[in-house]
Write a protein that binds this ligand. Structure first.
Ligand code: 16G
Length: 179
């Protein structure tokens, strides 16, 4: 079971180009699935930040919450890249959709949780997954903007992918794992 309808991806205007680039890397793009705890999704997120102990049951429960929200209206668009040989998830990112009244009841897209498995880095996979999310925000959801927050070191990567510095993010950390 997918988190959202796979047609959200296959109907992208640049899908043919994305698929061709992915298949040259023995990868394919798909929505997150309810059994992805077993396919390395949590291990992948652990390379981004602290994840902690998330069991298969915890994962399925959170997945089901997100899926039921998406059944009302799309909010959690988690895209994964799967290695077509090993079936492991090697990259992932989320488009989170925030519904607004402003800009003619438009949406703001948030690019979240971009992760590429360390052993797959250096092949422009990050760039590719970011381009899928940006295309969804622009073409499918007609977001009026897409934003992200990242560390200082990653600013250059996102600048190469059309993001420009627009405002400072201010933050209160509640987590004991904060830095
Ligand atoms: C990065 C991520 C953000 C993620 C956060 C986790 C991107 C563009 N940004 O800022 O989505 O939630 O790292 O780090 O992927 P944290 O645990 O310090 O919040």
């Amino acid at each position: 079971m997918y988190l959202y309808n796979i047609e959200r991806l296959t109907q992208l205007p640049d899908w043919a180009d994305i698929s061709r680039k992915l298949s040259a890397l023995n990868l394919r793009a798909r929505p997150l699935r309810e059994d992805d705890h077993n396919n390395g999704y949590i291990d992948l997120l652990s390379q981004l930040t602290h994840v902690g102990n998330v069991t298969d049951q915890d994962f399925r429960k959170r997945f089901e919450q997100m899926r039921s929200i998406n059944q009302i209206s799309d909010h959690y668009i988690v895209v994964v890249f799967e290695d077509t040989i090993t079936k492991r998830i090697v990259a992932s990112s989320t488009l989170f959709l925030e519904y607004k009244f402003i800009h003619e009841c438009s949406m703001r897209g948030r690019l979240e949780d971009v992760a590429v498995l360390d052993t797959y880095r250096g092949r422009r996979i990050g760039e590719l997954i970011v381009s899928v999310i940006v295309s969804l925000a622009r073409n499918t959801y007609k977001c009026y903007k897409i934003t992200l927050d990242c560390t200082e070191e990653l600013k250059k990567f996102y600048a190469r992918n059309d993001f420009h510095f627009a405002s400072s993010m201010l933050c209160i950390r509640f987590s004991p794992t904060s830095e």
